[in-house]
Design a protein around this ligand. Structure first.
Ligand SMILES: C[S@@+](CC[C@H](N)C(=O)[O-])C[C@H]1O[C@@H](n2cnc3c(N)ncnc32)[C@H](O)[C@@H]1O
Length: 281
């Protein structure tokens, strides 16, 4: 017969296991799947290095932007963050470095027509994303706008954005290009608009210029935050899921309270939603 002490310790271990696997997985602490191709330097694989779909040219566009086995997981984490932060279908969103529409294939159907904007220097990625992920009917119906540039010139779209997303872009820019990027985003972010972006966190900053790919450019948060502030924006780190990178939110100084509040809300423990007794939905 187990003693009370044994029962308590079993219960504690059960709760710990639940927290590790459920909450840890939700919070991104436990990887969804280990991969033998993952290394410390980077998560990105050029098409010719892709082992999952080596001869399948219909998967090239996935392999270029990251590990193909994480394609969907990383998309889901981006989209759930945006929705948690208040994205609604009438907002205007710019996807900076939209690549092969990993999130575009989910955001374009969700947003109202002419609300999704993407910039991407590699035109082929967007074209293959449309071909293999989104489909031309949705392009006709939702009319997303794309610009194939590498200078972060968002103002050329001629609109202000409620949301900007830059997933795995500032993890490849050295400080000079990162500053160009943040300035371009700041110029077109609405007064209450928010930028959600990732960077590769490291213990030391690195020297260099321009774009590095597929390897990543590590930053200390202090350095990354300094560049964001130089662009005129303010930022807060976010406790949100990512296999290897760290998230932050940035906004104009007048929206500082908003981003402060949002970053604190994400840190609170997950509370079970209480169900109403009604049998209707
Ligand atoms: C790691 S991929 C991420 C793509 C996409 N955000 C995603 O989550 O799948 C980085 C993307 O940034 C694009 N890129 C490279 N230089 C850029 C620049 N100067 N401005 C914007 N995007 C750039 C690359 O072509 C590539 O599509």
């Amino acid at each position: 017969m187990p003693t009370l002490k044994t029962r308590c310790s079993l219960l504690v271990r059960g709760i710990e296991a639940f927290l590790y696997f459920e909450v840890g997985l939700i919070r991104g602490l436990t990887p969804a799947r280990e991969s033998s191709t993952k290394d410390e330097q980077g998560d990105l694989h050029k098409p010719e290095q892709d082992t999952t779909g080596a001869d399948d040219s219909s998967l090239r566009h996935r392999a270029y932007v990251g590990m193909p086995e994480e394609w969907d997981l990383v998309a889901a984490r981006q989209v759930t963050l945006l929705l948690t932060a208040g994205l609604r279908d009438n907002h205007r969103l710019v996807d900076v470095g939209c690549g092969s529409l990993r999130t575009g294939r989910m955001l374009i159907p969700y947003l109202e027509p002419e609300r999704y904007f993407g910039i991407e220097p590699n035109r082929w990625l967007v074209e293959e994303g449309i071909e293999h992920e989104l489909g031309r009917d949705l392009v006709r119906m939702k009319r997303p706008a794309f610009r194939y540039v590498d200078d972060f010139s968002l103002s050329e779209f001629g609109v202000d954005f409620d949301f900007a997303l830059a997933h795995s872009v500032f993890s490849h820019t050295y400080p000079d290009l990162a500053l160009v990027g943040f300035r371009g985003i700041a110029e077109s972010l609405a007064p209450e608009g928010k930028l959600f972006a990732t960077f590769r966190e490291g213990r030391q900053d690195s020297e260099g210029s321009g774009w590095l790919y597929p390897e990543m450019v590590p930053y200390t948060w202090e350095r990354m935050n300094g560049i964001i502030e130089e662009s005129g924006l303010l930022a807060r780190r976010l406790d949100w899921m990512h296999p290897r990178q760290s998230w932050f939110v940035a906004a104009h100084p007048n929206a500082e309270d908003d981003i402060d509040d949002f970053s604190h809300r994400l840190r609170r423990p997950l509370v079970p939603v209480s169900r109403p007794s009604s049998s209707t939905c």
